[in-house]
Design a protein around this ligand. Structure first.
Ligand SMILES: C[S@@+](CC[C@H](N)C(=O)[O-])C[C@H]1O[C@@H](n2cnc3c(N)ncnc32)[C@H](O)[C@@H]1O
Length: 414
């Protein structure tokens, strides 16, 4: 192939679909760079210096977004328009376009999300957040050191049974942290479905530093959402996420990253108090079991203090609209895509059973389906809203943050 043609071919290729990477626009920056981010990937200086796709991908830097730079001008502008304008049905198309516009780089093939409301006159969900698939780092959160990110050296597709694939080895170690884990290979089968079922083991995908091909079986989330979902107004839980009319979602399907601001637990606590007052909360703790080892907690203690919380109130994607159910059909999993920092996994949603077209997607906010509502204090706030999930085994209270609940329990008992 001619040098120019080959270069054009490389540059036109989708470089990364990872939600935590810059995708195919390496120079794209949304805020002033910190020293960590400053070095851009080196493009070939002349057309005769041809890089292979793998070489090029290995030069990508982690792109850290700061929560101080969450865009809001668009939302501010819409909110400044008269209510009569925002009530017009056409504004729905604007919201839908905004969702496409803000995520096409990470998942260009993702099916469009429709907004449907057959309940009342609210045209769209509130224009209160920046639509994004990414994690936005709070000012007091350490930014990951891109230079520490290590990949595998596999040629072609990785073999989950390999003893030389660094990613297969790391996934095995994550399994071994769970004494009961029966899994030893990658988190996915060959068709890209999660094999864990209800077991919330952490997932480690091949990353931008790996030499393996883009169609490696250990790259699922980074290829983006494939399932069809709609944002639908419900009668008694606000907005929710439903499988589209034509969209059966098989068990083990990747749904989306629970994107948002990554903040400290202390910040989560203080924001939670405010959210409780207006009855809606978007806070989720990073408290996956394996993090107690990462956080150097005493292994014999089952409960541990989580360090970080994801808050999808100011920034997030459609997953922020998933409601709680006591009999959920989805679950959140800790995932490592393009970060060397084990304490800050992403939270990714997968279906845990087949979901029928038009069925609501839900997950258990407490992460603990055995929690007993009778043992917990009841209060009319966002933590203790009456659960309207409608499941036969409904516990009656929606558990929005285990930690916050425990704190309330302690306060009531003292
Ligand atoms: C993460 S948001 C989910 C999206 C929300 N329905 C909306 O319209 O933005 C969580 C909030 O949704 C509501 N919610 C979620 N699950 C619920 C349930 N099972 N029953 C009642 N309200 C629920 C509560 O107000 C909760 O604070």
């Amino acid at each position: 192939m001619e040098a120019d043609a080959k270069l054009a071919c490389i540059l036109n290729r989708r470089v990364s679909t990872s939600p935590s990477a810059t995708s195919d626009v390496p120079y794209y920056t949304e805020h002033s760079a910190t020293p960590e981010e400053e070095e851009p990937p080196r493009w070939p200086s002349t057309t005769s210096q041809i890089l292979t796709f793998q070489d090029f991908r290995r030069q990508l830097q982690i792109h850290v977004r700061s929560s101080a730079n969450i865009p809001h001008l668009f939302q501010d502008h819409i909110n400044s328009l008269p209510q009569s304008f925002r009530d017009r049905p056409e504004i729905r198309a604007v919201f839908e376009a905004m969702m496409i516009e803000n995520t096409w780089r990470d998942e260009p093939g993702a099916p469009r999300i429709k907004i449907i409301n057959n309940i009342d006159s609210e045209t769209t969900p509130p224009w209160e957040f920046h639509y994004s698939n990414h994690m936005w780092y709070g000012s007091n959160i350490p930014t990951p050191n891109a230079k520490k990110l290590k990949g595998c050296d596999c040629v072609g597709r990785c073999n989950p049974k390999s003893n030389t694939c660094a990613c297969a080895k790391r996934q095995r170690i994550l399994h071994n942290l769970h004494e009961d884990s029966k899994f030893r290979g990658f988190a996915y089968d060959k068709s890209g479905q999660l094999v864990f079922g209800d077991d919330q083991y952490p997932i480690l995908e091949c990353n931008d530093m790996c030499a393996c091909d883009e169609d490696c079986m250990n790259r699922v989330i980074q290829r983006g959402r494939k399932c069809k979902v709609d944002l639908v107004k419900t009668a008694d839980k606000g907005w929710g996420v439903f499988a589209a009319e034509t969209g059966k979602i098989p068990k083990g399907t990747y749904i989306g990253i629970y994107a948002g601001e990554l903040i400290t637990d202390a910040d989560g606590e203080s924001r939670g108090k405010i959210y409780n007052h207006f009855g809606r909360t978007y806070l989720f703790n990073l408290d996956s079991y394996h993090l107690k080892y990462v956080n150097n907690e005493e292994p014999e203690h089952d409960d541990f203090d989580n360090k970080y919380v994801v808050d999808a109130y100011h920034a997030g994607n459609f997953t922020r609209f998933l409601n709680h159910s006591c009999a959920p059909n989805c679950s959140l999993f800790s995932v490592y895509l393009n970060t060397p920092d084990l304490s800050t996994p992403l939270l990714a949603l997968f279906s845990t059973r087949d979901i029928e077209p038009r069925e609501e997607l839900s997950f258990d906010y407490s992460g603990d389906q055995t929690a007993d509502a009778a043992d917990l204090p009841k209060k009319a706030d966002a933590i203790h809203v009456k659960c309207n999930c409608g499941a036969p085994n409904c516990r009656g209270v929606s558990f929005l943050a285990k930690r916050a609940l425990l704190q309330q329990l302690i306060t009531l008992c003292q």
